[in-house]
Design a binder for this molecule. Structure first.
Ligand code: ACG
Length: 476
C-alpha cells in the first residue's frame, strides 16, 4: 500500500509550521507501523503555490520543504525501512514564474518554442473539456495556452529540445534515489489540436511521449515504478495504463462510494466488472492503482456523510480488490474536508498529531476548520483507543498486508445475493471469499470456511452467517 503524502500538512521539522522533509523523516516509523510499503510524495519542487503543481525549478526542492541534502536523507531513511518513494511530477506545465516562461516572453530560443502561443483568433473559443473554462490567457500582445488556469502555462512537447529536457528531469530525480513517479495530468501533454483549434486529447501522441519517458527512466532504474494520472472513463484509463505499469482506477473510486450511497450491492458488482475487466482473467498488462479518494476529491468520511462505519466499510471493500492500494494522508484518522475547485485546500488540512492542535512537529500552515482540535480526531487520542477509527482502519490495512497475494489475484466469482456482494479471489496457491453486506438490514449468507470479520459484526453457525448491516467478512 502507498501513502499519498502532502508534505506541507504532514510534519514540521524546523518550527516554521510548514511540513517539510525533516519532519516527514521523523514520521517514517509511523508510516511503517501503519503498514505502508510506499509513499507517493505530492510535488516538492520549487513552486509559488501551496500545492506545488506549478513549478519554477524542476531541479530543486522547494526551500520551505528543505534541500537536496535533506531529501537524500529522507530517501535513505525511507529505504532503510523498505519504503519506496515515488515523486509526483507535473511535466505538463510550469508556473508563470518559471525562468523558462520569463525568457520565452523575451522571445528567447528555445524557450519561446517551449510554450503554446495563440496563432489564430478562432482558437480563443476553445474550452476545457470537463467544465468549459477558457484555456487561453492574454499577456502583452499575445495569449498563452493554460489548460489548468492562468498560473499554469502548458509546455509544448512538439519541441524536441523540451522533450530532451523532460528526460533530463526524470534522470535528475531518479539519480537522487526516487523509486519512480506519479505522472501528473498524463492525458494533457498533447491536448490541443491546431487543426481544429479545440481542446482534444491526442491520446496516441501522449502515449508515445510517456512510452519514451518510461523507457528512458528504466535505463536508469529498471525497477522504477510509474503510476499514471488519467482521470477518465475506464477505456481511457486502460488505454494508457500498460505504458506505465500502474494506472489510477478513478472509476472504481466512484463505484465504491456510489454503491454505498445507493446501498446497492448490484451497483458494486456491475461497477467492478465495468472498471476492471482485466481482473477476470490473468492476461493483464498493467495493475490498477486503487483508491477511495485523493487530494483532488472530497475526503472519504465527508463523502459518506460523516459516517465512520460506512467509511470503514468502504476501506474493507478497497482492501478486498486486487491492484495496488493508495491511501490519502489523514484518511486513517477519518479526517474530513470537501473538495472545492476554487478553494482547493479544505481536504489538505494539517495532519492532527495532537488533541490540543499543537505540539512538536505539528504543521500550522493554514487555519484548521474541518479537523478541529479537541474533537477526538487527533492521532494522539485515537492511537491508544481500540475502538477508534484509526485502530479499526489500521486493522483493515493489516488484513491486506497479511494477504499480499490479493494484489495480483484474479476475481474468480463475483455476484450479488440479498443485498450482499460475494467475491472469490484466486491466485495460483490461494483462494478467499469476501462477503459484503451493502445494506441497512441484517442478511443471512451461505458461508463455508473460517470467518474473519473485517468490519461490522457477523454471527456464524454451521454454513450460515448472519451479517449485520454494513458488515464485511472474509472466509478462508
Ligand atoms: C491533476 C492534479 C491536480 C493538479 C493538476 C494540475 C492536475 O492531481 O491536483 O491541480 O497540475 C483534470 C485533469 C487532472 C487534474 C484535475 C484537477 N489533476 O485531468 O489531471 O483536473 C473530469 C475530467 C478530468 C478532470 C476532472 C476534474 O475528465 O480530466 O481532471 O473532471 O474534476 C467521472 C468522469 C471523469 C471526470 C470525473 C469528475 O469520473 O469519468 O472524466 O473527470 O467524473 O467530473 C493543481 C491544483 C489545482 C490548480 C492546478 C493548477 O490541485 O487547484 O488549479 O494545480
Amino acid at each position: 500500500m502507498f501513502y499519498e503524502l502532502f508534505l506541507r500538512s504532514f510534519a514540521d521539522g524546523n518550527g516554521d509550521g510548514i511540513g517539510d522533509l525533516k519532519g516527514a523523516t521523523a514520521k517514517l516509523d509511523y508510516l511503517k507501523e501503519l503498514g505502508m510499503e510506499g509513499i507517493w510524495l505530492l510535488p516538492i519542487m520549487s513552486s509559488p503555490s501551496y500545492h506545488g503543481y506549478t513549478v519554477t525549478d524542476f531541479y530543486d526542492v522547494n526551500s520551505v520543504y528543505g534541500d537536496i541534502k535533506e531529501l537524500r536523507h529522507f530517501l535513505a531513511e525511507a529505504h532503510k525501512r523498505n519504503l519506496k518513494v515515488i515523486l509526483d511530477l507535473p511535466l505538463n506545465h510550469t508556473s508563470t514564474n518559471h525562468e523558462w516562461f520569463l525568457r520565452a516572453l523575451n522571445g528567447e530560443k528555445p524557450y519561446s518554442h517551449w510554450y503554446l502561443w495563440l496563432e489564430n483568433k478562432s482558437w480563443l473559443q476553445a474550452r476545457r473539456p470537463w467544465d468549459k473554462q477558457k484555456v487561453w490567457t492574454p499577456i502583452n500582445d499575445t495569449f498563452y495556452y493554460s489548460l489548468f488556469g492562468p498560473g499554469s502555462p502548458d509546455l509544448n512537447y512538439e519541441s524536441d529540445s523540451l522533450w530532451q529536457e523532460g528526460r533530463r528531469i526524470l534522470t535528475f530525480w531518479l539519480s537522487l534515489g526516487f523509486d519512480g513517479f506519479r505522472f501528473d495530468a498524463a492525458k494533457h501533454i498533447f491536448d490541443f489540436s491546431r487543426e481544429s483549434g479545440n481542446c482534444e486529447y491526442l491520446h496516441d501522441k501522449n502515449i508515445e511521449f510517456w512510452a519514451d519517458m518510461v523507457t528512458h527512466s528504466k535505463k536508469i532504474n529498471p525497477d522504477a515504478v510509474f503510476v499514471s494520472e488519467v482521470w477518465d472513463d475506464w477505456e481511457t484509463v486502460e488505454n494508457y495504463s500498460s505504458t506505465f505499469g500502474i494506472g489510477f482506477n478513478f472509476p472504481l473510486s466512484y463505484v465504491v462510494k456510489e454503491a454505498i450511497e445507493e446501498k446497492s450491492a448490484t451497483k458494486f458488482v456491475k461497477g467492478l466488472r465495468g472498471t476492471m475487466p482485466h481482473y477476470f482473467d490473468d492476461a493483464r498488462s498493467f495493475e490498477s492503482g486503487i483508491f477511495l479518494t485523493n487530494h483532488d476529491m472530497t475526503r472519504l468520511v465527508t463523502s459518506v456523510g460523516g459516517n465512520h462505519s460506512l467509511a470503514l466499510f468502504a476501506m474493507s471493500v478497497l482492501v478486498g480488490v486486487p491492484g495496488l492500494p493508495f491511501l490519502f494522508y489523514g484518511e486513517e484518522l477519518g479526517m474530513e474536508g470537501t473538495y472545492n475547485e476554487l478553494f482547493n485546500e479544505e481536504q489538505l488540512e494539517p495532519f492532527p498529531w495532537y488533541e490540543s492542535g499543537f505540539g512538536p512537529g505539528q504543521t500550522e500552515w493554514k487555519a484548521v476548520d474541518k479537523n478541529r482540535p479537541n474533537t477526538g480526531r487527533s492521532y494522539e487520542t485515537q492511537k491508544s483507543r481500540k475502538d477508534s477509527f484509526f485502530s479499526n482502519y489500521k486493522r483493515i490495512v493489516a488484513f491486506r498486508r497479511d494477504h499480499p497475494w490479493i494484489r495480483c489475484a484474479r476475481v474468480e466469482t463475483l455476484y450479488e445475493e440479498s443485498g450482499c456482494v460475494h467475491m472469490t479471489l484466486k491466485s495460483e496457491t490461494r483462494e478467499m471469499t469476501l462477503v459484503y453486506n451493502f445494506s441497512d438490514a441484517p442478511v443471512w449468507a451461505e458461508c463455508r470456511g473460517k470467518i474473519v470479520n473485517l468490519v461490522g459484526s457477523a454471527h456464524g453457525s454451521d454454513n450460515r452467517v448472519l451479517l449485520e448491516p454494513w458488515t464485511s467478512v472474509a472466509l478462508k
